[in-house]
Design a protein around this ligand. Structure first.
Ligand code: SF4
Ligand code: SF4
Length: 127
């Protein structure tokens, strides 16, 4: 399961992710990170069996945590099945179904946002 972490300025200098990995033994996979000297936003893939433990520990450290049930939302009414989003998704989370409508594999998506930028019809957005 993917989670979104937000590090406020007052806690941004601590090595939270490293310490959560060491304390829980969870193999966290960082999918996306935007971090600077002031604050940080990170998307992390967490093994399902460690999810509750990892979330609890991040929150105890003051990190804001949200579960990304749906990393990207596809509006099928707006989609014109042009395929532009498929060509920019480097993790192959998007594909055509047999009927040429768009399939989104949420487990693969890392919320990079490339498909949202590429979509000419505004059919994709972050959740
Ligand atoms: S946000 Fe990125 S990874 Fe997710 S479906 Fe779009 S292009 Fe693929
Ligand atoms: S780029 Fe937008 S309109 Fe084109 S297939 Fe993807 S979601 Fe549909």
């Amino acid at each position: 399961m993917k989670i979104f972490l937000r590090f406020a300025p007052e806690i941004n200098q601590e090595p939270h992710i490293s310490e959560v990995i060491l304390e829980t033994g969870a193999k966290l996979n960082i999918n996306r990170a935007s971090v600077d000297a002031v604050s940080g936003e990170v998307v992390v893939d967490v093994p399902d069996e460690k999810l509750n433990e990892v979330i609890k520990l991040f929150r105890s450290r003051g990190v804001e945590v949200s579960i990304l049930e749906h990393p990207v939302i596809l509006d099928e009414d707006e989609c014109i099945n042009c395929g532009a989003c498929i060509s920019v998704c480097y993790v192959r989370a998007l594909s055509f179904k047999d009927d040429w409508s768009i399939a989104l594999d949420e487990k693969r998506c890392n919320q990079c946002g490339a498909c949202i930028t590429a979509c000419p019809h505004g059919a994709l957005e972050f959740s």
